[in-house]
Structure formats: C-alpha cells, structure tokens
Design a protein around this ligand. Structure first.
Ligand code: AKG
Ligand code: FE2
Length: 351
C-alpha cells in the first residue's frame, strides 16, 4: 500500500535510525531460509529518484474500442463471474501472461468498465518475475516509482507490501477501531495510476482479503444537485512527498464515466471552500465511501490470484485481520501512471 503518513517509510526510518550505524541498504530477511520469493523481499536503499515529470499518456483501452470484439481476450476463459452487479469480474481459465498486445488493450477496456478483474491460477504470471512484471506494466503506462517504499532489490518500479512474524511494511493503525483505509493509489501524483496489477506471493491461511468499491457508483448514488456542485470542485491530494490538485469528479478517458475522486488517505482539502465546509464535505464523502457496501467487492486471495483494478474509478483497502498470525503476507503491485485526471466539468481550473 502507498500511504501518507507512509507506514513503510516510518518503519524504514525507525529500523534504519535505531542502529548506531546507518546502513546504506536494508533488506527484509525471511523467517525461513528457503522462501521461494526471497528475491522479491522488500529492500530499502538510500537511492533517490528524480521527481516525476509529466508525460504524454494514451489509454490502451482506446485501441480496444476499435476491435471487432473488445472482449475477445476472454474467449477461452472457462468461467467468467460478475462479483457484484456494479463492480468486479472473476475469470478462470486464461493465462494473463500470454495475452498479446491486442488482448492487453482489451483487458484495459474491460477493467475500465468493471473496475476490478480477478484472475485465478496465474502462477505462470507470478513466477515470471520482476523483469516480466515491468514489461507487463509498461504496456499500460509509465511505471510509477514510489520514492520511499520497499521494493525488490534493483526493481524500484515494483511496490511491495509485507508482513511476517518479525517485520511489517503493511499499513497498521494501532489506535484506530479499524484497519480499513479506503484509498486510490498515489492519488497525490500529477498523473496518478490507471490500470494497476497486484498479487500476493505469500498469504496467510485465512484473512488479509482486500476490499474494493466503485467510485462511479458512490458518485451515482448522490443527488444530481449535489453531484452538480461536486463537479465544480477541486481538491488537494498529498502524500510522500508529492502534492497535487485534482477535480473532485473525474471523467474516464475511455468510457467517459464520471467517478468520485477523493479518498480518506490522501485527499486533504477542497479548494476555495471555507475550512469547515471542506472538512464537512470531505468527511461526508469519506463516510459515504466507507458505507458503500451496495457496490463493494471483497477479494479473498488464493495462491496464484492476480487482481487488476482501475484506480481512476475504484477505491480499495487492505484488511489487516491476521495480526495474530505468524504467517507471511507478501504482495507486489505494478502501478502504471495514467493521464492527469480529466474534470467532469469542461474548463474547470486545476492550477
Ligand atoms: O495489501 C492489500 O490488500 C492492498 C495493498 C494496497 O492497497 C496496494 O498495494 O495498493
Ligand atoms: Fe492501494
């Protein structure tokens, strides 16, 4: 998870600074010697990365709109199940790693439409390793580098979450009544991510599911009058160490669908409103997202599961309900950046 205040960073600083010597690098040690994915354990270094620069983005899903059958990539699937009417599709029987360029474009379009797709039995994908993950993600956009979180040594483009009996680089809120923190990934960037791929390399026997909700639906369930007002607003998103202003309602570049684009983790302030107005409206919207059970999907991971979501139209939260377990939970995220959020209201001032 990428977070602000970023727990990975806090953890890293705590670990690094507690020693009298500050090590140049730090890699999590597995609790077992023969861990299959030890080469993907979180690694921290003093490397710094240049600030992200703007880049031209064209959504691969646009190309799929021209295909005779934009869902052709699903043709050989043995089972395609809608997880809920408004969000999420689970697919069995296709090998994601074998999708060619056209099929990846179709995937991007379908993920934009469904918000979340869950592919089961993707051991081939997961076992191909970090060079493949980069090649996969680069099809969908420029890969985001998280400046502070742990990544496999040599692969800063791969974002990791990790917890075992000795270490944690997962989000934890010790003084909160819940571990649920709805967010969309790194929304504080000028060009936040679109299609995002995430999978677990190791998981507890039970627990550690991930929650998703549809931000198209959270918006649609508000009154037209209130939505009309929200379309006129922009908000500041900030997180380590970036800060940008985005429209409160954004339009998807391929589907044209409007989605609510605020989240409890990174959205700080609505521009132009009085402080109390901003606080109350944001609190209302965050509560609304918290309570959006009508359009949420809960992903129960199984070995080999790969989830692909569109960060422009969904929000998600890890669930840390396996605290007492000594088992390892180790996940990897591939996070291509997309367009600067397009306001639903033409001409909305963003600077
Ligand atoms: O660990 C999870 O279930 C989700 C992590 C997450 O939010 C992320 O990597 O973006
Ligand atoms: Fe996340």
């Amino acid at each position: 998870m990428s977070c602000a205040p970023c727990p990975q960073r806090l953890q890293r600083l705590t670990q690094v600074q507690s020693g009298s010597e500050i090590p140049a690098t730090l890699t999590v040690q597995a609790t077992d010697d023969d861990y299959r994915y030890s080469h993907l354990l979180p690694h921290f270094s003093r490397d710094t990365y240049p600030p992200l620069t703007p880049f031209a983005f064209s959504d691969p899903g646009l190309r799929a709109l021209e295909h005779p059958n934009p869902r052709a990539f699903l043709q050989n699937a043995t089972n395609v199940v809608e997880l809920t009417p408004r969000l999420g599709t689970e697919v069995h029987g296709i090998n994601l790693a074998e999708l060619d360029s056209d099929a990846r474009d179709e995937l991007a379009l379908e993920v934009a439409r469904r918000g979340l797709m869950v592919f089961r039995d993707q051991h081939d994908f997961i076992d191909r390793g970090p060079e493949f993950y980069k090649q996969w993600g680069s099809h969908f956009g420029r890969l985001h580098i998280h400046p502070t979180s742990g990544h496999p040594a040599g692969y800063p483009e791969i974002h990791l979450v990790y917890r075992d009996a000795n270490s944690t680089f997962n989000f934890e809120i010790s003084d909160s009544i819940t571990s649920t923190v709805w967010h969309t990934d790194v929304s504080y960037e000028l060009q936040p991510p679109g299609l995002t791929t995430f999978f677990l390399l190791s998981q507890p026997e039970t627990g550690g599911d991930t929650l998703f909700t549809s931000q198209v639906s959270t918006l649609q369930n508000l009154s037209p009058q209130f939505v009309a007002f929200l379309r006129t607003l922009t908000a500041v998103h900030s997180g380590s160490p970036s800060k940008h202003i985005h429209p409160v309602v954004r339009k998807h570049p391929v589907t044209g669908e409007e989605a609510l684009y605020v989240n409890r983790q990174f959205t700080r302030r609505i521009i132009g409103l009085k402080r109390e107005e901003s606080e109350n409206i944001l609190r209302f919207l965050f509560d609304h997202i918290d309570k959006s059970g009508d359009y949420q999907a809960r992903l129960k991971w199984a070995p080999g599961t790969v989830a692909v979501w569109d960060n422009r139209v969904t929000a998600h939260s890890a669930i840390v309900d396996y605290k007492d377990s000594k088992e390892r939970r180790h996940g990897a995220r591939i996070t291509p950046q997309a367009e600067r959020p397009i306001p639903a209201l033409d001409g909305l001032k963003l600077d």
